[in-house]
Design a protein around this ligand. Structure first.
Ligand code: UT7
Length: 354
């Protein structure tokens, strides 16, 4: 059963967005000093110009996730003890256990929350968003924090030009709350196919290959990717579910305010948008500035475009990632951007930047 049609009465709506971006920038020019690559190759093949890297000791994924969570609380004007559930989507948790969600809970002081981490690579945020929505719709919680946070630099081999140009570090997330005004998450199509696991994985450090000198020597603690294989299945997978969501909900391209795609490769995003018959001005695209931040890309887009969103706007979120995992979610935005602007003067107007 892959289709998730939500209850028509109470939907889970996004009511605030927050983010954290490390200050350190790693540009294509910087990478040209590390590996045999060019700015032209990286830009034309991926669309990426620079990424952010989290530096400094004792700063893992929870550090970024907690900052994003705090921004969400501040923008919504609520206290941490009002949060019921914290879900952190990540493949680069601070530690194997405890869950990053526990560390975020302690850092922000969410004394009444329970929570957990969710591992679905680049589809992590989408799966976490739908999990959080299910908890809201069940009536078991009224405030769920869903954060995507990944410190990809911690598992990137900066001597491997095939992967090191792709990834960056960031966190971003949303608050989910019940909505009775027909806004929020309406429908989703979520999938996985474990047969594809070897095309995108990190082999070392788990129970199959616990860390040893040998696993380190063999570079098993870094991302491995068969880029071309992933590229082909990603284009088809993301486009198929996005179009399916549109057809099932009788949406034409004119009805969609924005496609919010996972930012792995601009060529993948363009191909998906073409299948959806969407013009470029309906695509949230910030890969040039941040690269692929895995679970953070989709909420980071929502953050960057928040000022352009108004209540009732139809968004289609779509992602593809390791596993394989993929999916699309149709949601109606639940608040006017002008309110967010007043509460967060630091918000960037994405249209002005682009
Ligand atoms: O987010 C999770 C899902 N991940 C994705 O969706 C990623 C999907 N895959 C991709 O985005 C693309 O496959 C990549 C960006 C990873 C690679 O682009 P590509 O067009 O598929 O390139 P390729 O792997 O076919 O490599 C083409 C050539 C090769 O050289 P030869 O064998 O033709 O001589 C590579 O060795 O480009 C070479 N190459 C590079 N050259 C300069 C690979 N990486 C680089 C590089 N700089 N950084």
């Amino acid at each position: 059963m892959t289709s998730v049609t939500m209850s028509p009465d109470i939907h889970a709506a996004i009511t605030a967005v927050g983010h954290y971006l490390p200050e350190t920038r790693l540009t294509n020019q910087d990478l040209m000093k590390l590996v045999d690559t060019t700015d032209e190759w990286i830009k034309s093949r991926t669309g990426i110009e620079e990424r952010r890297i989290l530096t400094g000791e004792k700063k893992g994924v929870s550090y970024m996730a907690a900052h994003a969570a705090q921004e969400i609380l501040d923008k919504r004007g609520i206290q941490a003890d009002e949060i019921d559930v914290i879900i952190v989507a990540t493949v680069t948790a601070d530690m194997s256990f405890p869950a990053t969600a526990c560390l975020v809970q302690a850092e922000i002081g969410a004394t009444n929350a329970w929570g957990f981490d969710l591992s679905a690579a680049c589809t992590g945020f989408l799966f976490a968003l739908n999990t959080g929505a299910g908890i809201i719709e069940s009536g078991r919680a009224s405030k769920v924090l869903v954060i995507g946070s990944d410190k990809m630099s911690s598992i990137t081999d900066y001597t491997d030009r095939k992967t090191c140009v792709l990834f960056g570090d960031a966190a971003a997330g949303v608050l989910l709350e019940p909505d009775a005004n027909n806004n929020g998450i309406i429908d989703s199509e979520l999938r996985m196919d474990g047969h594809g696991w070897e095309a995108l994985c990190m082999l070392g450090g788990g129970s199959l290959h616990p860390a040893t000198h040998d696993t380190v020597d063999q570079k098993m603690h870094y991302i491995q990717q068969d880029g071309q294989t992933v590229f082909k299945v990603a284009v088809k997978g993301m486009a198929d579910v996005a179009v399916e969501i549109m057809e099932r909900n009788h949406l034409t391209s004119d009805d969609i305010r924005f496609l919010v795609p996972h930012q792995a490769n601009q060529r993948i995003i363009d191909a998906v948008a073409r299948r959806m018959k969407l013009d470029p001005d309906r695509i949230m695209l910030n890969i040039s500035r941040y690269g692929n931040t895995t679970a953070a890309t989709i909420p980071l887009c929502l953050h960057d475009w928040e000022l352009d969103l108004n209540e009732g706007d139809n968004l289609v979120l779509a992602a593809f990632g390791g596993g394989f995992t993929w999916g699309a979610t149709y949601l109606r935005w639940a608040y006017d951007s002008v309110e967010a602007k007043h509460s967060d003067p630091s918000l960037i107007d994405a249209q002005q930047v682009l």
